[in-house]
Write a new protein. Sequence first.
Length: 88
Amino acid sequence: MEQHTGQVATEASGLHARVETVLEQIRPYVQQDGGDLELVDIVDGIVQIRLAGSCVGCMHSMMTLQAGVERMLKEQVPEIKAVEAAPF
C-alpha cells in the first residue's frame, strides 16, 4: 500500500510540474499587463489558479483563464479537464 501511495504522490508532483511549466510560458504575457498567476492545486484534473495583481477584479480575467490558460493546459497536459479561479 505504501508503494502505491508513493506512486500517486510522484504522479501528482509530476502533473504539478507539467502544469507549472505551461504556466511559466503564459506568465510573462499576464505580467506584461500587471497581473500574475499562481497554481493553487490540481483536484481531479481541475487546475485551481489564483489571479494576482491587475487580474484581480478585471472583467477579462475569466476570459484569460478559459480562452488562454485552460486551452494551453489542455493542449499540453491532456489529463487536465478544466481551469477554475481559486478564491482568495
